[in-house]
Design a protein around this ligand. Sequence first.
Ligand code: GLC
Ligand code: CA
Length: 574
Amino acid sequence: MPRVPRRTSTILDPSRTPAAPPVVGAAFGDDWWRRGVVYQVYPRSFADSNDDGIGDLPGLIAKLDYLNDGTERSLGVDAIWLSPIHPSPGFDVGYDVADYDAIDPIFGTLDDFDRLIAEAHRRGIRVILDLVMNHTSSAHRWFEASRRDASGPYGDWYLWRDGVPDRFGRLRNPNNWTSFFGGSAWTWDEIRGQFYMHTFLPEQPDVNWRNPQVRAEMLAMVRRWLERGVDGFRLDVFNAFFKDAELLSNPRRFLGRRPYDRQVHRYDKDRPELVEFLAEFRALVDSFPDRMTVGELFSADPGLAPKLTAPRHLVFDFELLRQPWSASAFADASEKHEQRFDDDRWPTIVLSNHDRSRQASRLARGADAAASDAIARAAATLSLTLRGTPFLYYGEEIGARDVPVPWPEIIDPPARRGGRLIRLVVPWWNRDQARSPMPWGGGPNGGFSAARPWLRLAPDIGTRTVATQEGDPSSVLVAYRRLVWLRRRHPALQVGTYRRIVTTARDVLAYERVAEGETIAVAVNFGRAAATVRIRTGRKWTVIFDTHERGIPDVHADDQLTLQPREAIVLQAG
Ligand code: GLC
Ligand code: CA
């Protein structure tokens, strides 16, 4: 449940900002954003150091060796992206920031954060923060000041409008915009006597990006974190920052699942001013060496992603995330990536995140543990060998599945909004299901915490933990480790070109990656039956990874290669 807003006093003092500790021993230099693998940490659910049931920064620091200790016994990731760690009343579980310059005390202190940067950098791991700049929390001091004094210094920092009187003299919403989380995008504020706009919850008022002071203040904040040693940012819903200057009503659409989908979002996002702002933002980020950013595209049109992509600025397009488990669906999605992205517009590979169903549940619906894990291993092969920067979501590496949460325990605010019944009418997926505490093993509550965790644990924590998988060579975790390290050794898998290899087997997706004198082929059998393919090019291929670990001998051109059900292999041309 949302917590009581909290005041916080720890504002960053630039004169006290420590010198940013250098990244040492990283596998890649300033092109790490293309070659490296990013791992998303959902801090609340990752590791709990003080047994209060909530993950925290000291807990994360204690697990850095798991993420990358420089050896193949660890996962080997190059960067971590942290979902928001700033003070927040928690109406959107941290995506409602009340103070951009501080750390929420549930996660630790600024000293813990500095230690995280130093300890991560010591292991060659870069740290990416989540920047939620489209909106603040309604508990942010800017909003408090803005609602209390329309003519004061913060008066114009949010999108305030008078209501429109109807013929009975009642004040109506300024326009027809809807909130993504349901209801109108406008809420009446008694204190100010005006409506304010919110793309998400009423507790997440959108800031006025047309106000130069807002821009300057946000950029100053970004600079402070860069100076503190942060290696990059994920920009939350960045294409929603700018709204139409006149706040015109959106055209209607007749089809659409939710009210939000029944409008064409012409005026409440994707405005041309965004491009100019991005240039300013990028110039700031680029004034620090080796930094990167990734934008979350808040749009149903993945074709927008490449248009907003730039060197060292990636944009999630969620094309792959929408695909069912079939060779043709993944082939088409990869083909679209090829058409949309080139070398200067580098794609991302995203199969899961904190807003979506876990990939094993989505791709292996209703499957038993063995089939689910087989698909998880094959999906891992795709995420780590397709062309683009892979973003792995915590828990995917052990094949975690969605955890059903009964109604009284649901925390995700949009899922609760409107109550149990209205959810039948306005469907909203409960995002808690993909946010359950990480089962490390070897202790109470799956080894996550001695206290009852903030969110329900997976029903299979007795069998599915990091500890159980570590010792099992056929586990999902061991497959991820092998694949990440394989990718690290092979430039073709990092930056190589992509070309589909056409085979006659309907359930097999095969492709070639070529770079720096290396040729690598990947073949994934999506089906439940064995499938035979021929790789006609090359002279001799050596199998360098196999989800099934069968010890496949070298394959020659025109040799038949039979893939087992849900088997994925990686081959190198000799
Ligand atoms: C992004 C986040 C999501 C959040 C929303 C509002 O889509 O990923 O978790 O609810 O923005 O900040
Ligand atoms: Ca804790």
